[in-house]
Ligand binder design. Structure first.
Ligand code: ATP
Ligand code: MG
Length: 565
């Protein structure tokens, strides 16, 4: 391809709305253009990268015996009602009606449709296991579409669904997909980690997220400094062990007028925040519950939801707390609470000499001792992990890193096969429910994640496996006949050898061409300038700072070695 014929509109400036590097560079280098919030056109360079990512995904999925199909984007509401998700999916679902006023949605995911297809076609144990996948646009009306392709409202996903006879079969399918994802992300040259993740309150089944490590990642992961443990901090387990008791002083009521927050109370009473107790009230499935954690800790609501096995959890409003405790929320505590179920973080169990509310406006207690002073509590791991907490596997300190979730593997079990009746006949002719898994990769997000990991102050540095073009050939003076003819000759020869090459035939200053080449991020740049008269051209790898002067006949071996062809 010649640059004069291509649509690759590089920009000098970055659009103001682009907050993170991948968004800035993909716009600046002419890969994507925004049409509406979270909705983008993929220009030719982007499409080439996406196709390469898809090819890697396809090759590895096919190798794992998964089969590709293509499901409809438009999905009838009936199937979603059957699974029970039509009413609970919420505002993230794009809904529409046909001319007969029937409800449809634009697929945010495809469990319902695939289960509908499989229940119609698969009837016998002999047809199982089966794994089906597609690569297609997904639609989610995200609350905050942002960061360019990272969180779009229309985005490309590879989604796969496995169907097995039983849970042992699902374990195998899951492991195969896990291993396949490792191969896929390895091939893309990404620095990533599979981490244990949240499977939702009801699920409780295995799930891993594949996280590309990057400063701008929305996710926080905790990994062990010593063993291979890694998890999304949403679910990182904490083993809080027994602590030494501080004192056995009797409870002492003290005035704390207008001191309601942990910070205010701790400062006023001159005690460290880690020796205070925070009491919170929630609405869980319509019932009020109380949660107690150490004052300096943050409650992890995902852990609480898992403990309560509910998806519906909300902080209680001030008024209902006031009614329940007969005092301002700033002074409440578990002291003397009987009618309400109290949950407490494990750490609270060992607390002595702590500060807690007096359930009376303007007062707190000193010297509270959980064992001695509080009624019945259910203890569980409920707090958010902090860096330096100990690894749940080996007790060494945990380290934090930011990550971009590019894929997730998930054991669904029988959630959809049961509600949608996906059954098969076993060896004895007995009806059994299929056991399912689902496996997603954010294809368009992966492209952005890759940029997030591979750039410098001049632009993108594409890993060679997914670069839009492998090589750019630049004649310094397009007007100079010798330079242009030699450049074009090299360009044609490289094309004939099967490389993906751009010839920058624009009559621009060479500085402009170099800037664009670096911005776009071609892995190799070949420059033909004045020295061609002495049989010398310039070879430069995008991720090296120095270029090399070489003779044209050395070029092809060098390129072959670079691409290991
Ligand atoms: P997130 O927590 O980031 O919203 P998710 O858990 O909702 O992701 P899945 O339903 O597991 O995502 O989708 C599979 C993959 O699709 C994700 O791992 C991610 O790479 C990608 N993905 C999800 N939502 C978006 C989005 N809004 N824009 C781009 N890619 C997305
Ligand atoms: Mg999401």
């Amino acid at each position: 391809m010649k640059v004069t014929k291509a649509l690759m509109p590089t920009l000098r400036d970055v659009p103001a709305e682009a907050e993170i590097v991948s968004h800035q560079l993909l716009v600046k280098a002419g890969f994507i253009r925004r049409n509406a919030a979270g909705i983008y056109s993929y220009l030719p360079l982007a499409l080439r990268v996406l196709r390469k990512i898809e090819t890697i995904v396809r090759e590895e999925m096919d190798r794992s015996d998964a089969q590709e199909l293509l499901l409809p984007i438009m999905q009838p509401a009936e199937l979603w009602s059957e699974s029970g998700r039509w009413d609970v999916y919420g505002d993230e679902m794009f809904r529409l009606k046909d001319r007969h006023n029937r409800d449809f949605c634009l697929g945010p995911t495809h469990e319902e449709i695939i289960t509908d297809v499989v229940r119609g076609e698969v009837k016998s144990y002999k047809q199982l296991p089966m794994n089906l996948y597609q690569i297609q646009n997904k639609y989610r009306d995200e609350r905050r579409p942002r960061f360019g392709l990272m969180r779009g409202r229309e985005f490309i996903m590879k989604d796969a669904y496995s169907f097995d006879r039983d849970s042992a079969g699902l374990d195998d399918s899951y492991q195969t997909m896990f291993d396949t994802y490792v191969k896929i992300f390895d091939r893309m040259g990404l620095d990533y980690r599979p981490v244990e993740a949240d499977s939702g309150a009801i699920g409780g089944d295995d799930t891993h997220e594949f996280m590309v490590l990057a400063e701008n990642g929305e996710a926080l992961i905790a990994y062990c400094s010593s063993c291979s443990y890694a998890s999304n901090v949403e679910i990182t387990e904490i083993n809080d062990t027994a602590k030494e008791k501080l004192s056995e002083k009797p409870l002492l009521k003290v005035a704390t007028p207008d001191k309601k927050t942990i910070e205010e109370v701790a400062a006023h009473l001159e005690v460290p925040q880690d020796n205070t107790l925070k009491t919170l009230v929630f609405d869980a499935d319509g019932e009020k519950i109380v949660v107690v954690i150490r004052g300096d800790r943050i409650l992890n609501e995902i852990k609480l939801k898992r403990l309560l096995k509910t998806d519906f959890l909300e902080k209680a409003d001030e008024e209902s707390i006031q009614n329940l405790f007969n005092c301002d929320p700033g002074y409440i505590s578990p002291l003397g609470i009987n009618e309400i179920t109290v949950y407490a973080d494990n750490e609270v169990k060992y607390m002595t000499d702590a500060v807690c509310g007096a359930n009376e406006e303007g007062y707190h207690y000193l010297h509270a001792n959980t064992d001695r002073d509080f009624g019945e509590m259910t203890f569980s791991d409920l707090r958010e992990v902090v860096e330096g907490d100990l690894c749940p596997k080996c007790n060494e300190p945990l380290i934090f890193a930011r990550g971009i979730e590019v894929g997730q593997v998930f054991k669904l079990g029988t959630k959809y096969s049961e509600s949608l009746s996906a059954k098969y006949l076993d060896e004895n002719g007995k009806e059994q429910i299929m056991v399912m898994g689902c496996y997603g990769i954010g294809v368009s997000r992966t492209m952005a994640a890759c940029v997030e990991q591979n750039y410098d102050d001049r632009g993108i540095i594409w890993p060679k496996e997914i670069a839009p073009y492998q090589i750019v050939v630049i004649p310094v003076q397009t007007n100079d006949e010798l330079q242009y003819t030699e450049a074009e000759k090299i360009y044609k020869e490289l094309l004939a050898k099967g490389y993906e090459v751009m010839l920058d035939d624009r009559k621009e200053r060479v500085g402009v061409k170099f800037n664009d080449a670096d911005l776009i991020g071609y892995p190799l740049r070949i420059t033909v300038g004045k020295k061609i008269a002495d049989g010398i051209i310039e070879y430069k790898e995008r991720n090296q700072s120095e270029s090399e002067q070489i003779q044209p006949d050395e070029l092809y071996d060098k390129i072959a070695t670079f691409f290991k062809k």
